[in-house]
Design a protein around this ligand. Structure first.
Ligand code: AMP
Ligand code: ZN
Length: 499
């Protein structure tokens, strides 16, 4: 049976000068010449195209509903659970044997834990292996955890940690390709096709966020615009002139960018061609997702990853937007109690622990991500068999203790983003002896010079926050656009306490 890319009938919108959109099909322009034709894939995975050559296989099938269901590699994404688990076990055994042989840190850890590669006979035996922590990576800096000769590495990234030594992450050629494969798989799961125009608004450089997704989008065959972050006016110009359909950015920059559009009187639904945003690198709530979707007139897909595990493409939302598929042929996930280290069953919230299964240059076993989530065991309507994780609600080390109460900044964000009169930027300031102030911008619509209106809103927010976090914060409502904006990950908590 042959499958056809359902998007073949469409061609990319074609650029005119900023603001003046030329309609589809004007193949005279330069952009249209970049158009690469349609791809057909037969049952044996043989690809044919009407023109040009293709690096990937995008296969679509019609689901029982009328929507086309697209996969990048259906055989990998819909592998039956027993086969997927058998593959995990085979890859785990190979990884454990390799690190024991080539990474002194693991040899020492195995000796201390009195475990040998031969002890790994089932997936449950994973729990016999020691954890790897961020401190292990820092102490092995720069190259102590390499499992291949330096000559066989192709790329270096570092983690975006702000304190102490960074974590250095090496990629082999195969690792670079695998990371791009997982992005292609993830982007297609969110509805992207080679017809899309992808504006990458993440930071290029040592941070994995932009480069890894860049290569993945190129694998699909999209036109990639490596815009990087910041400079909202240039971003907007690119979006208008090249009819960007998909963007990748942090949630905080998405919220800021929405403000910029409002100020410039741009209606994204009429004036832009945006269809979807891939949003990640920072915890954000469902309320924030909705706020971004409303303001930018697109669908937001949650994208999870960390440099220690190749960066983005570890877990990604499909079109169902109901949790992120964690790609289990590349990673084994566990959820543990962050205090005791004991395993928690599916559905329970705890710290995500990840083991790489195909990483060549720097395999990592049972990595304590510090990210808090839970496993969704139920099958997904999209047909992918890889289990999902819930939205990350914060990091184990993000937890604030204020007047003896445990608070995650995410709880505060969820409340603020649910109040229409509030804007999109906020910061939590801790000072003195446990004094907490939530500074939040008003929205343009909520900005009011009547003092009693502002006081009433302020009291309302204090009440909502107190009900959520069980302690009474101060609330400072500030005019739109007055809080600092960061280009990379937003700094939402400023802790100046003298405790
Ligand atoms: P980095 O290694 O610099 O890419 O940072 C990775 C960290 O960013 C993760 O461990 C998470 O704490 C956070 N992160 C990445 N993606 C998301 C996401 N979609 N939701 C929440 N936090 C995220
Ligand atoms: Zn799904």
């Amino acid at each position: 049976m042959g499958y056809t890319d359902p998007h073949c009938a469409e061609s990319r919108p074609v650029a005119g000068p900023s603001g003046s959109r030329t309609t589809r099909g004007a193949s005279r322009t330069r952009l249209a010449n970049l158009h690469r034709g349609c791809v057909k894939v037969d049952g044996n995975g043989v690809r044919t195209s009407t023109q040009g050559s293709f690096s990937g296989t995008m296969v679509s099938a019609m689901s029982s509903s009328t929507t086309a269901r697209a996969y990048w590699k259906p055989e990998e994404e819909t592998l039956a659970r027993p086969a997927l688990e058998a593959l995990q076990l085979e890859r785990l055994k190979r990884t454990v044997a390799r690190v024991c042989e080539s990474v002194p840190l693991y040899r020492k850890k195995f000796e201390q834990a009195k475990v040998t590669p031969g002890d790994i006979r089932t997936l449950a035996d994973l729990r016999r292996l020691p954890f790897t922590t961020g401190a292990d990576l820092r102490e092995s800096y720069p190259a102590g955890m390499l499992a291949v000769p330096l000559d066989d590495t192709l790329r270096l990234h570092t983690s975006s940690g702000t304190t102490g030594k960074p974590k250095a992450l090496f990629f082999s050629r195969q690792d670079v390709d695998n990371a791009a494969e997982l992005i292609a798989r993830s982007f297609v799961a969110a509805g992207m096709t080679k017809r899309d125009i992808f504006q990458n608004m993440m930071t290029y450089g040592l941070f994995t966020g932009a480069l890894v997704t860049h290569y993945g989008a190129e694998k699909i065959g999209c036109l990639v615009i490596p815009a990087g972050p910041g400079n909202s006016d240039r971003q907007l110009l690119l979006m208008q002139d090249f009819h960007t359909t998909s963007i990748h950015l942090t949630p905080s920059f998405a919220l800021y960018f929405a403000d910029v559009l409002e100020k410039r009187s741009i209606d994204p639904r009429k004036d832009l061609s945006l269809k979807r945003a891939f949003v990640g690198a920072e915890p954000h709530s469902e309320e924030t997702r909705r706020k971004i979707e409303d303001a930018l007139g697109l669908r937001v897909f949650n994208s999870y990853g960390l440099s220690e595990m190749n960066g983005p493409g570890v877990a990604f939302e499909c079109q169902e937007q109901a949790g992120m598929h964690l790609w289990e042929d590349h990673y084994i996930m566990e959820i543990i109690d962050p205090e005791s280290g004991e395993a928690l069953p599916p559905g329970e919230r705890g710290e995500l622990v990840l083991t790489t299964l195909v990483r060549e240059a720097m395999p990592i076993l049972r990595y304590r991500t510090r990210d808090i989530t839970s496993i969704v065991d139920a099958p997904c309507a999209c047909g992918r068999t890889h289990r999902r994780i819930q939205r990350i609600t914060g990091r184990a080390d993000d937890m604030l203790i204020v007047r003896g109460v445990n608070i995650y900044p995410q709880q505060i964000e969820r409340i603020l983003m649910g109040v229409p009169k509030l804007g999109r930027n906020y910061v939590i300031v801790l000072e003195g002896f446990d004094e907490m102030t939530v500074k939040v911008e008003l929205s343009e619509a909520g900005f009011d010079d009547q003092l009693e209106h502002v006081m009433a809103l302020q009291n309302e927010i204090v009440g909502l926050l107190r009900a959520e976090i069980l302690t009474k914060p101060n609330v400072d409502l500030v005019p739109p656009g007055t809080l600092p904006v960061s280009e990379g990950k937003a700094k939402r908590v400023i802790d100046n306490r003298k405790l």
